[in-house]
Design a protein around this ligand. Structure first.
Ligand SMILES: Nc1ncnc2c1ncn2[C@@H]1O[C@H](COP(=O)(O)OP(=O)(O)OP(=O)(O)O)[C@@H](O)[C@H]1O
Ligand SMILES: [Mg+2]
Length: 191
């Protein structure tokens, strides 16, 4: 970037020592309806209840504001993830545990998100496509299967299996609370 010079912020280690807050980025990836938002919300509550500073950046919610100018082309999806990753990294630097819930269907997107954070934890929320279609809490699979929505992940847009992740949650096998506790315990263990 020309003519823009980085202004050195307060050192994040100093900030952490004074406030006692350690930031990190917890990133949930998985098919629509795999359970990302449901589990991520519980993890956020668990952390807040235990006195930690945590904030959920939900992919659907940021599309109402920060990313309201973006649609679902590959280019816009990459830009959506880039913005989420940049914001999550700022939260991390400020001492907040940033929890991101976004499909993040491509490996290059997950790599980009990982590259922006200092401490990055990828949570792969896994459920069979058939399970997700059956759950369909927003009715969007039904619309995609009828052809009313184009480019829906898992239907006519790919979801690449994550190559590298820190936590696997099989939501076909384990219930919401078990999955949320697994992530919460992992975070408590590395704080
Ligand atoms: N073990 C489980 N873990 C998580 N959710 C589950 C589980 N079993 C059933 N569900 C249900 O599956 C649905 C998951 O929906 P949710 O909105 O969390 O998915 P999502 O991954 O955030 O999807 P999207 O990418 O569309 O936002 C909820 O209705 C939830 O109650
Ligand atoms: Mg969601």
């Amino acid at each position: 970037m020309t003519n823009v010079v980085w202004h050195r912020n307060l050192d994040s280690k100093y900030r952490q020592e004074k406030t006692g807050n350690k930031g990190m980025v917890i990133w949930f990836t998985g098919l629509s309806a795999s359970g990302k938002s449901t589990i991520a919300s519980l993890v956020e509550k668990n952390l807040i209840d235990s006195g930690k500073t945590a904030y959920l950046l939900d992919g659907d919610n940021v599309r109402h504001g920060l990313c309201s100018d973006l649609a679902f082309s590959e280019r816009d999806r990459v830009e959506n993830i880039r913005r989420l990753a940049e914001v999550a990294a700022l939260f991390e630097d400020s001492g907040v545990i940033a929890i991101v819930s976004a499909i993040t269907p491509m490996e290059k997107m997950r790599k980009l998100a990982r590259s922006k954070a200092k401490h990055f934890v990828l949570v792969y929320v896994k459920a069979d496509l058939d399970t997700c279609i059956e759950r369909d809490p927003k009715g969007l699979y039904e619309k995609a299967l009828k052809g009313e929505i184009k480019g829906y992940t898992g239907i006519d847009s790919p979801f690449e299996q994550p190559e590298q992740y820190e936590i696997l949650l099989d939501t076909d096998k384990y219930d919401v609370l078990t999955c949320a506790n697994k992530v919460t315990e992992y975070i408590q263990g590395v704080l």
